[in-house]
Design a protein around this ligand. Structure first.
Ligand code: ADP
Ligand code: MG
Length: 244
C-alpha cells in the first residue's frame, strides 16, 4: 500500500530525513518511535504531501511520485487525498459542531449533497462512539472526544491510509485509552496505518512492524516483540530505556 524509497528531506542546510525506506503492506500497522527531532513528523508530512521531499519516491495505493524530478500540484493533491492525517492537537473548526466538522470535506471537497453527507457523518460518529455528541461544539467536548471527531473527519474522506502523529500526546492520561481504542478498532477493520506514538503497549499489541528512527535514519525495524524485548542496536536500547 505504501512504498517509500530513498526519501531525503532537508530544511535549508539541515538534513532531516536521510535515505529513508519504508514498505507498508495493505492492512498493516506500522508504529514509528524515536527521539524528539528525529524526523518522525517530517516523514508523515511527506507521506501526506504537506512537505515535499528533496529526493526519493513515495508510492501509495499504486500512485507513485518521484521527487527527483519536477512534482506537480496535482500529484501532491492526489497523495493528500489518499492519506488521512490526525495530529497531536486536534484541529477541529471551533465554530462547527461535531457532525459539521466531520462532513465539512464531504460538502466542500467531495461535493456530496448535504442529506447524504449527514447520513455518512452519523455513521462515522457512531463508529467512534460519539453519535450522541453530534451537535456538540468542540469546546463542549473533552480532548479525547475531539480527537475521535478528528479521526471521523479524516475517515470521511475515505483515505486508503491513515497517518497518526502522536494522537494522544496532548491528552490527559485518562482520555488516552478511548482514542487508542478507536485506532485499534480501525486496525482490526483492516485499515493501513502509520502511527507515531510513545504508547508502547499499543505498539506491542497492534503494530505489525515497529520502526525506530533517530537523526533522520531508520536505525532498526522489526516485529514489536523483537524491537521492544531484544533490540539489536545499542541506540534503540538506549532510547527504550529512557522512555520506560
Ligand atoms: P519529530 O517529529 O521526530 O520530533 P520533526 O520531523 O518534527 O521531528 O523534526 C525533525 C527536525 O526537522 C527537527 O530538527 C526540526 O527542528 C526540523 N524541522 C521540522 N520542520 C521544520 C521546518 N518547517 N523548517 C525547519 N526545520 C524543521
Ligand atoms: Mg513530531
Amino acid at each position: 500500500m505504501i512504498s517509500v524509497k530513498g526519501l531525503q528531506k532537508s530544511f535549508g542546510q539541515l538534513e532531516v530525513l536521510k535515505e529513508v525506506n519504508v514498505e507498508v503492506p495493505a492492512g498493516n500497522v506500522v508504529v514509528i518511535i524515536g527521539p524528539s527531532g528525529s524526523g518522525k513528523s517530517t516523514l508523515l508530512r511527506c507521506l501526506n504531501g504537506l512537505e515535499i521531499p528533496n529526493q526519493g519516491s513515495i508510492e501509495i495505493n499504486g500512485t507513485s511520485v518521484d521527487f527527483s524530478g519536477k512534482v506537480s500540484q496535482k500529484q501532491i493533491l492526489t497523495m493528500r487525498r489518499l492519506t488521512g492525517m490526525v495530529f497531536q492537537s486536534y484541529a477541529l473548526f471551533p465554530h462547527l459542531t461535531a457532525i459539521e466538522n466531520v462532513i465539512e470535506g464531504l460538502l466542500t471537497v467531495k461535493k456530496i449533497p448535504k442529506k447524504e453527507a449527514l447520513s455518512i457523518g452519523e455513521q462515522l460518529l457512531e463508529r467512534v462512539g460519539l453519535l450522541a455528541h453530534k451537535n456538540h461544539y468542540p469546546v463542549q467536548l473533552s480532548g479525547g472526544q475531539e480527537q475521535r471527531v478528528a479521526i471521523a473527519r479524516s475517515l470521511a474522506m475515505d483515505p486508503k491510509v491513515m497517518l497518526f502523529d502522536e494522537p494522544t500526546s496532548a491528552l490527559d492520561p485518562e482520555l488516552v485509552s478511548e482514542v487508542l481504542k478507536v485506532m485499534r478498532d480501525l486496525a482490526n477493520e483492516g485499515m493501513t496505518m502509520v502511527v507515531v506514538t510513545h504508547e508502547m503497549k499499543f505498539a506491542e499489541e497492534v503494530a505489525d512492524e515497529v520502526i525506530f528512527i533517530d537523526d533522520g535514519f531508520i536505525v532498526e525495524k522489526g516485529e514489536p516483540a523483537q524491537i521492544f524485548r531484544e533490540p539489536a542496536r545499542e541506540r534503540t536500547q538506549r532510547f527504550l530505556s529512557l522512555i520506560r
